[in-house]
Design a protein around this ligand. Sequence first.
Ligand code: RB5
Length: 147
Amino acid sequence: MSAATIAIASDHGGYDLKQLLIDDLKAKGHEVLDLGTNGPDSVDYPDYADLMAAAIKGGKAGCGILLCGTGIGISIAANRHPELRAALVHDALTARLSRLHNDANVIVMGGRILGIELAKDCLDVFLKTEFEGGRHARRVAKMSHAG
Ligand code: RB5
């Protein structure tokens, strides 16, 4: 995964984890584009998946991080956008495989599921792992065609 700007967005269920991950990413020298939400008030996670899709499609970020309470709702919403391959991960192994096999460009985590150290570990692995290509490229290509 390239070192381009990393976009991040969450609903209220992922807000606390979002803020912690932003601090960690900035401390490590990454450029971060925060798409909200900007506080703990209740919001609708599909809106933040839409903002992520616009940021990736518009070239404002090379990859993204999406967070909601479980990670489930926002990953479903994200994968309705053809420009996103959003992977809900729970540990370093699923984070690594989401890059190796699926060329995921968005990592999704549950703010009410993962602690900060596990989330940072997932994110570190996601950012440093390159797509394996080969047979996986054929499969990823099949998901890029509409219909
Ligand atoms: C919000 O309460 C919660 O439903 C949301 O963050 C997420 O977990 C949905 O999948």
